[in-house]
Design a protein around this ligand. Structure first.
Ligand code: DQA
Length: 148
């Protein structure tokens, strides 16, 4: 498989509000900070990132489909869709791309409805509770399994 040198970083619903949204849980860094952190971590390994945030499940699905052949791997924080979306599970299962699922908060220490993610069964790696540093860890992990 030819390397594209691109990592897709997908953020789902409400993550556009990072920085102001429940800062005691999600911290004060913004989505722009997260995307800059991902770009830096990827650049350190010779990759670029394509960063997309959407509050719409269908947009996230389209991005996953479009990643086949245009990206080498996916970092995804699907927000609340993680706990509800069989469609995102199926999309990730349908593309053969290394995938790391990220949650900023430790979802297992929170409400019961956050304990199950439909994405985890189709992700290669799951990182929870590391704050926004989880995105850097996710990029480093992806890069370690990608040919480059
Ligand atoms: C989240 C955890 C989800 O339960 C929640 O719905 C989010 C953010 C996280 O990054 O910790 O929107 O994915």
């Amino acid at each position: 498989m030819t390397s594209t040198g691109v990592i897709l970083v997908l953020n789902g619903p409400n993550l556009n509000l990072l920085g102001s949204r429940e800062p005691a849980i999600y911290g004060t860094s913004t989505l722009a900070d997260v995307e800059a952190l991902c770009a830096r971590a990827a650049a350190d390994a010779g990759f670029t990132v394509r960063c997309v945030q959407s509050n719409h499940e269908g947009v996230l699905l389209d991005e996953i489909h479009a990643a086949q052949g245009t990206a080498d791997g996916i970092v995804i924080n699907a927000g609340a869709f993680s706990h509800t979306s069989i469609a995102l599970h199926d999309a990730l299962a349908s593309v053969s791309l290394a995938t790391v699922e990220v949650h900023i908060s430790n979802v297992h220490a929170r409400e019961e409805f956050r304990h199950h993610s439909y994405l985890s069964a189709v992700a290669d790696t799951v990182i929870v509770g590391a704050g926004i540093n989880g995105y850097r860890l996710a990029i480093e992990q992806l890069v370690s399994v990608l040919p480059h």
